[in-house]
Ligand binder design. Structure first.
Ligand code: AMP
Length: 172
């Protein structure tokens, strides 16, 4: 790790509800050196290895994914909450503690066999990322890697990511 980025993560106990420690990345985003280091760390393997598209997950995933897409000179694709995307979509649902939620991606966002990296800020239970994997698979994209800045290892979300390569920078 180029910098000790963990010092830029603000821990907010009992937010948004009791028992959750929210990992706030806004101090990292605000610091030009830390933000650049995070984008460079995510991008580094793809400076010399082909990738076609970066998929970012609403909403903090968008910030990191668009920085990486710009760094690599490739396109950005948003995976969004239902009802936000204006064109034809594909949908994947995932389990929440109570009930389900879904994510959508535009039908024409990814061409078959395009090489895709999926990015979010935090891997917790893995539901969000597993739904995004399903969306990319529905469009027959090739998932090269999944990357998050933060991994909450005790929730074992990695197990929901199948055999796809996965990388995290900061682990709790
Ligand atoms: P999950 O689907 O359980 O892996 O949750 C991942 C999504 O929820 C990510 O998009 C995160 O932004 C958000 N998230 C879950 N837990 C936390 C946490 N403790 N701190 C910050 N964000 C979180």
């Amino acid at each position: 790790m180029p910098l000790n980025l963990v010092q830029y993560i603000r821990d907010l106990p009992d937010w948004p509800k009791p028992g959750i420690i929210f990992r706030d990345i806004t101090p990292l985003l605000k610091d030009k050196t830390a933000f650049a280091a995070a984008i460079n760390w995510i991008s580094e393997p793809y400076l010399h290895q082909p990738v076609d598209l970066i998929v970012g997950i609403e909403s903090r995933g968008f910030i990191l994914a668009s920085g990486v897409a710009y760094r690599l000179g490739v396109g950005f694709v948003p995976a969004r909450k239902p009802g936000k995307l204006p064109w034809k979509t594909v949908t994947a649902s995932y389990q929440l503690e109570y009930g389900t939620d879904s994510l959508q991606i535009h039908q024409d966002a990814i061409e078959p066999k395009q090489k895709v990296v999926i990015i979010d800020d935090v891997l917790a239970t893995g539901g969000t990322l597993s739904a995004t994997i399903e969306l990319v698979n529905k469009l027959q994209g090739e998932i090269v890697e999944i990357v998050t800045l933060i991994e909450l290892t005790f929730l074992q979300g990695r197990q929901k990511l199948g055999n796809y390569p996965y990388r995290s920078l900061i682990r709790y």
